[in-house]
Design a protein around this ligand. Structure first.
Ligand code: ZN
Length: 325
């Protein structure tokens, strides 16, 4: 059982309940030892139901404390003891994972609340507001089981789900990428494009076949009807809004916020972000920079359906129009 004194010591040591702002000397090993010792005190079948259930809730409290301590340590000093690997019992492993998941989201939000910048204040207010109206899922994943992706995180469009590789990210990259993925969640244009894409897919399950048909028709010198032209433009526009334009909007907001946090010393240098931002011209707005950067980064597709001149030309025209918006 966790005594009241121990609970108080834990509370004072980690400042739980408040933002994990300052570096704290968290003794992860002694927390883990307390958990191990508690394991040995399992009352067992001879004990009463109440005794067993008390033991169980103390066990859960110890596991949650460890998750809280681990993430506080990570955010305050970039140390990651990965206690998860040491949880041998599958139920404890799952409990720890779930606790770390919840604490990683809440503490990252709390951490960002320290920033007085208007970008940060608006970002957090938008998130807190949207989360009350729209589903949101946040999951830590292991590098090995994340969609075989090279990316350190992802936003599952349509499911409003953020996935982050906790085991792969250092603290500063964690914060930058956390902001970026939440920016996708806040992007109403992205949500609309995803929803409109589902409507289009339901209306026309074979839409890509239809588009290829239109491309072939044009090649044969047959006039494209206004409905066909509208379908091509609608499909291309939705694809760009879900892809390149969504990245431009999210990175514009992410980089602005990153620079604020850098100037406030709330985040340390992130090498890849600084390398990208070094290409920004001072007179250029963040939005114009991101448009230029992503336009250069994303090659114009030339394979598959894009070999048809009508489709390829419409893509290029709509893309350049969107980049001027
Ligand atoms: Zn993104």
């Amino acid at each position: 059982m966790i005594s009241l004194v121990l609970s108080l010591i834990l509370l004072i040591a980690y400042g739980w309940g408040s933002a994990p702002v300052h570096a704290q000397s968290v003794d992860i090993d002694s927390l883990y030892s307390a958990y191990e010792s508690h394991l040995k005190t399992f009352p067992g079948t001879a004990a009463t139901l109440i005794e067993n259930s008390q033991w169980q809730s103390d066990q859960v409290a110890l596991i949650r404390n460890m998750a809280q301590a681990e993430f506080s340590l990570f955010l305050s000093s970039n140390q990651k003891p990965t206690l998860l690997d040491r949880m041998i019992d599958p139920l404890d492993h799952a409990e720890f994972n779930e606790a770390l998941n919840a604490v990683a989201l809440d503490d990252s939000i709390q951490y960002l609340k320290q920033s007085p910048s208007s970008d940060a204040v608006t970002f957090l207010a938008d998130f807190i507001h949207l989360r009350t109206n729209q589903t949101f899922a946040f999951n830590l994943v292991q590098s090995s089981d994340f969609l075989n992706s090279q990316m350190p995180a992802g936003y599952v469009r349509g499911e409003h789900m953020v996935l982050m590789k906790y085991d792969e990210l250092d603290r500063n990259s964690w914060l930058a990428i956390f902001i970026h993925e939440l920016c996708h969640y806040l992007d109403q244009k992205l949500t609309n494009a995803v929803n409109d894409g589902i409507v289009l897919q339901n209306e026309k399950p074979d839409v890509t076949k239809e588009l290829v048909g239109i491309g072939q028709k044009y090649n044969q010198g047959v006039t494209i009807s206004p409905d066909e032209a509208a379908l091509v433009d609608r499909w291309i526009s939705l694809a760009l809004e879900r892809g390149m334009m969504a990245e431009i909007r999210a990175w514009t907001r992410t980089y602005a916020l990153y620079l604020d946090l850098r100037s406030e010393n709330l985040i340390g240098p992130v090498k890849w972000a600084d390398e990208i931002l070094s290409q920004k011209v001072t007179s250029e707005s963040m939005s114009d920079f991101c448009k230029r950067y992503f336009d250069a980064l994303y090659a114009h597709p030339t394979d598959g359906m894009w070999t048809y001149p009508y489709l390829k030309n419409r893509l290029e025209t709509i893309r350049s129009e969107k980049l001027k918006e």
